[in-house]
Design a protein around this ligand. Structure first.
Ligand SMILES: NC(=O)c1ccc[n+]([C@@H]2O[C@H](COP(=O)([O-])OP(=O)(O)OC[C@H]3O[C@@H](n4cnc5c(N)ncnc54)[C@H](O)[C@@H]3O)[C@@H](O)[C@H]2O)c1
Length: 254
């Protein structure tokens, strides 16, 4: 794994939501490879167990806890574990979101039930997760929230998703202000369209249109994001808070 800082998170516990597959799993793998005890907070039990087994099989430290970030009870269950963890929690990556196959309908075609569920997972879920975990975070802890390049470009046929990801930017700034008094930092990662499980069915035409907006002349891969997540959780970023960091090959200029 390129640029891995072996052992930098040794003895540190880091919670990654939505880490049963996709980018969340890749972040968990990277952080565990750098010594973290990762907690896989995932709604899909099959994916969560498989991810835990895969990481443990590599000799890494991983614990799966079934979690629906949109459910107050479920997130409280995660918090009940967090309460018992000695030494507190060093990091949180609030990555879980409905991001897969959510597009395709125009603003007047999306139904209210779909809108409400997506907002519940992507927006309320991020808040509930931070609310549950932050009380158990050690001084100097770091939280990474996740937006998307589409929140800046305003993609079509994706209104609920783009709206939810725009909310995360404001939420990050407000949380950063509130948690600064405990020296907990909150920053937001903004990935571009990345080659991964969730995007495998995107038509070639859309990838080509997207490529035209990008400065760097190759598709984005998960490895382009992992190191930045690690950086935002590490002391190398200790004077950064409330920021949104675009990692998208130059699509977004903040
Ligand atoms: N893939 C991309 O190109 C891209 C681009 C920009 C931003 N993002 C963001 O990155 C993050 C990860 O995206 P991905 O592509 O890996 O998506 P994905 O759909 O592959 O993975 C999402 C994971 O979250 C889990 N999940 C869904 N609902 C949950 C809930 N209520 N509680 C807990 N876990 C839940 C899913 O089971 C899955 O394991 C998302 O926040 C997404 O918006 C992705």
């Amino acid at each position: 794994m390129g640029g891995t800082l072996e052992g930098q998170f040794a003895g540190r516990r880091i919670v990654v939501t939505g880490s049963g597959r996709g980018l969340g799993y890749d972040y968990a793998d990277r952080l565990a490879s750098e010594g973290a005890d990762v907690v896989l907070a995932e709604i899909d039990v099959g994916l969560g167990r498989a991810a835990e087994a895969e990481l443990r099989g590599q000799g890494l430290s991983a614990t799966f806890i079934e979690t629906d970030v949109a459910s107050e009870d479920s997130v409280e269950h995660l918090a009940a574990f967090a309460r018992q963890w000695e030494g507190g929690i060093h990091g949180l990556v609030a990555n879980a979101a409905l991001a897969n196959n959510v597009g395709g309908k125009s603003y007047d075609e999306i139904d209210v039930e779909t809108w409400d569920r997506l907002m519940a997972v992507n927006v309320k879920g991020t808040w509930l997760t931070v609310r549950a975990i932050a009380p158990f975070m050690a001084t100097g802890g770091s939280i990474v929230t996740v937006t998307s390049a589409s929140a800046f470009s305003g993609s079509t046929r994706l209104l609920h998703y783009v709206t939810s990801k725009s909310a995360i930017i404001g939420m990050t700034r407000a949380l950063a202000r509130e948690l600064a008094e405990r020296s907990i930092r909150v920053n937001c990662l903004s990935p571009g369209l990345t080659v991964c499980e969730a995007t495998k069915d995107i038509p070639e035409k859309r990838w080509q249109e997207y490529a035209e907006k990008r400065m760097l002349n190759r598709p984005q891969v998960p490895e382009d994001l992992e190191g930045v997540v690690s950086f935002l959780l590490s002391s190398a970023s200790r004077y950064m808070t409330g920021q949104t960091v675009a990692v998208d090959g130059g699509v977004t200029l903040l």
